[in-house]
Design a protein around this ligand. Structure first.
Ligand code: GDP
Length: 528
């Protein structure tokens, strides 16, 4: 039987990630969230500033030069009686498959929307990924200190484009220079906004009740406007419903400004109150519950060369069940080997520290000397593997070529290892000896060339290749698959794990093939 402390440790955890389009305010909100979690003294230190004590590898230098955030990947902080894990989802140019896969390691997501712009492309893509597991979504409408779009129109757009119901929890009063604050529908109180306090936690003025004359004194004619507006809003939108939220069908919506540090705490209150505690995961043998006392976890991301002196790669492992204790024995179930782990890492606002213990819902960093791959399971001895940690079809493709043709073996080996690690995907067409690199984000291409040079001593360059998209293919009928293999040979390739893949020169070509071969299934994700 699990003791009550163990159960309490798990129940108080909330593990989430932020999904947003670049520039919507993810970094700013992260800073404010950490400010509330006391993980930062003053907001404004997440991006750019680093502790400096860890040697950074070349390609991380490269990221730095380009001004891409090299933030730590996991941030843990207390909020109220809870312990919150915020997983970073790389954005901008460092956007990659890791961004997608991180979403398999969380139990809920915060969607940040630039209220002047509404639902943007990247957000749509990321929402698609959260749908694979029906992850509960909380929404923050950001930048209310600017001239934004009509809030009702914004909610309609979220409902229509993202196919999720909206339940406003707060409602904005004014916008831009006239932004007065928000009315909290559940608490029946108005929280007034004061400018110029973005870097600190502010004591906002709160006015209880909608009919309170103090409200008219404080915001003048906006008070009556708010009262009329709320009638309309309550008629036109949905009420918050915990079950619908947990099923990923409804999102509570908060309004505010991350820059002005206003509304972020309302959102955090909602997160710890409503977002699910650590959830179990399916494995190939059985469902593994988070409150099982025996340790288990899976690797969703590998970060290479954090310390180039040691060829030190960190495997990020989401604990699914039980507890990690320093010095414990874990089974690496893919290779059937037991390993004693006494140097797992935790992550706190830019620094790494050795870890004594961690619980389901937490992320621990394991040193990887080459044996750990994306999707690997660690257990307390039981043999099973977690499912649902996919590869995502790449969206960008390049042919990779050697400067020195004699190094073909090293190139192939390097590419296959990098693809096992999840850095990139590699496709080998059936009809020629090309090597095609596929990635979700552009930076991965440069990372691969830099790592091939550093780790495999291979000089490689890219060329254009006429591939627009890729799909893994399968078919229950071996004969039909064989026929497809023959007829579509020019468009078929094997990936790093020898899985048959259709590489399409255009989206139209893909569509035509799907119509022509209705028995073949074209997959946009592939399980490890
Ligand atoms: P990210 O790309 O999503 O991480 O976005 P950032 O947090 O870096 O924000 C992008 C830009 O928007 C920066 O210049 C921020 O200062 C600005 N920004 C973020 N939140 C707000 C906000 O609430 N109001 C205003 N006016 N600007 C904001």
């Amino acid at each position: 039987m699990a003791d009550s402390n163990f159960v309490n440790e798990i129940n108080k955890r909330r593990t989430f990630a932020i999904i947003s389009h670049p520039d919507a305010g993810k970094t700013t909100i992260t800073e404010k969230v950490l400010l509330f979690g006391n993980a930062l003294q003053v907001a404004g230190t997440v991006k750019g500033k680093k502790s400096g004590q860890h040697a950074k590898s070349d390609w991380m230098e490269m990221e730095k030069e380009r001004g891409i955030s090299v933030t730590t990947s996991v941030m843990q902080f207390p909020y109220q009686d809870h312990l919150v894990n915020l997983l970073d989802t790389p954005g901008h140019e460092d956007f990659s498959e890791d961004t997608y896969r991180t979403l398999t390691a969380v139990d809920s997501c915060l969607m940040v929307i630039d209220s002047a712009k509404g639902v943007e492309a990247r957000t749509i893509k990321l929402m698609e990924v959260t749908r694979l597991r029906d992850t509960p979504i909380i929404t923050f409408m950001n930048k209310l200190d600017r001239d934004i779009r009509d809030p009702i129109e914004l909610l309609d757009e979220v409902e229509e484009v993202l196919n999720i119901k909206c339940a406003p929890i707060t409602w904005p009063i004014g916008m831009g220079k006239e932004f007065k604050g928000v009315y909290h529908l559940l608490r029946d109180e108005t929280i007034l906004y004061a400018t110029g306090q973005g870097h600190t936690i502010q004591d906002s003025r709160i006015i209880k009740g909608l009919d309170n004359p103090e409200l008219d004194d404080a915001i003048g004619s906006y008070a009556d406007e708010l009262r009329d507006m709320l009638e309309l809003v309550q008629g036109a939108s949905h009420e918050f419903d915990q079950d619908a939220f947990l099923a990923g069908e409804l999102t509570p919506v908060f309004f505010g400004t991350a820059l002005g540090n206003f509304g972020v705490d309302h959102m955090l209150d909602g997160l710890v109150k409503w977002a699910p505690k650590p959830q179990g995961r399916e494995s190939d043998a059985r469902f593994v519950g988070a409150d099982e006392t025996k340790f288990s976890g899976f690797v969703f991301k590998i970060q290479a060369n954090m310390d180039p002196k040691h060829r030190d790669r960190i495997a990020f492992c989401r604990i699914v069940s039980g507890k990690y204790e320093k010095g414990m024995k874990m089974r690496h179930t893919r290779i059937g080997k037991d390993v004693r782990i006494s140097d797992a890492l935790t992550f706190l606002a830019g620094d790494r520290a050795l870890l004594e213990e961690a619980y389901a819902g937490d992320i621990i960093g394991l040193h990887n000397h080459g044996s750990i791959q994306i999707g690997d399971t660690f257990s307390a001895g039981e043999d099973f593997r977690f499912t649902g940690i996919p590869n995502f079809a790449p969206e960008l493709f390049k042919r990779i070529r050697l400067k020195d043709p004699l190094k073909m073996k090293q190139l192939q080996k390097g590419l296959i290892q990098l693809s096992e690690e999840g850095a990139v995907q590699v496709f080998r067409p059936l009809i020629n000896n090309d090597l095609i690199v596929g990635a979700v984000g552009v930076l991965q291409f440069d990372v691969v060339v830099a790592r091939l040079k550093a780790e495999y001593n291979v000089d490689a360059i890219y060329e254009h290749v006429n591939v627009a998209t890729a799909r893994w293919v399968s078919c229950d009928d071996a004969r039909k698959l064989d026929e497809f293999r023959r007829k579509a040979e020019v468009n078929l390739a094997l990936d790093g794990g020898d899985n048959l893949t259709y590489i399409a020169p255009t989206m139209v070509n893909l569509q035509l093939s799907q119509e022509r071969y209705p028995d073949i299934v074209f997959h946009t994700t592939r399980e490890h």
